[in-house]
Design a protein around this ligand. Structure first.
Ligand code: SF4
Length: 199
């Protein structure tokens, strides 16, 4: 089976519950946009307006060229997605330029490993699109108005490749993944009615 183009958000979701990603691709007609998802999308757009007025200081930068809601895609990586903010510093044309990736998060909780994995996937996509190294990503926590730095390490890069391959294999093989160890994600899951074996 040919490699499908996965959403970057699938990597984060895969960590939360692999079945949700599997349902998304193998039962594509059944996924609704929940009220919570709609709220999150609206909040992200509000944040872009504020970000345009904000300095680059939260990201440890003094100069940079900002690109909001940037569509990224790579056939080689098998990934696509929309990055909240990409910054080239000092700009894309300068010798020695670098880039950073920024994602907004509507939460006060310290970003978990799944958010870092998603950010690393955006970093790889941006490197591929712009041809600039991405050594750091930032997760901007909207309620706290603070940014958390995430180094884009070799281990995170390998994790992106391994997770992408695992999702591709599961979707291509059409074998439904096991549920998560904890049943906590099942409480508000829109796929509950398909998981009679666990809920
Ligand atoms: S009900 Fe639970 S196991 Fe089933 S898809 Fe949702 S989170 Fe995963």
């Amino acid at each position: 089976m040919a490699m499908i183009s996965l959403e970057v958000t699938d990597l984060k979701q895969w960590r939360y519950c692999a079945r949700v990603v599997w349902y998304h691709y193998c039962l594509p007609a059944v996924r609704p946009v929940t009220a919570l998802m709609a709220h999150g999308i609206a909040h992200h757009h509000d944040e872009e307006g504020r970000e345009e007025r904000r300095s680059l200081r939260p990201y440890g930068l003094t100069a940079g060229e900002r690109h909001f809601d940037l569509a990224l895609r790579s056939e080689v990586l098998g990934l696509r997605g929309r990055l909240d903010l990409a910054v080239a510093t000092p700009d894309r044309a300068s010798a020695g330029a670098e880039a950073v990736v920024v994602e907004y998060k509507d939460s006060e909780q310290r970003p978990g490993a799944h958010f870092k994995l998603q950010l690393a996937a955006y970093a790889l996509l941006l490197e591929s699109a712009w041809g600039l190294p991405v050594r750091s990503g930032w997760i901007y926590q909207i309620p706290l108005r603070q940014a958390v730095r995430v180094p884009i390490t070799p281990a995170l890069r390998r994790d992106v490749a391994a997770t992408t391959a695992a999702i591709q294999a599961a979707v291509g093989g059409e074998a439904m993944p096991d549920p998560p160890t904890s049943r906590r994600p099942c409480v508000n899951c829109e796929f509950r009615r398909f998981c009679n074996d666990v809920v």
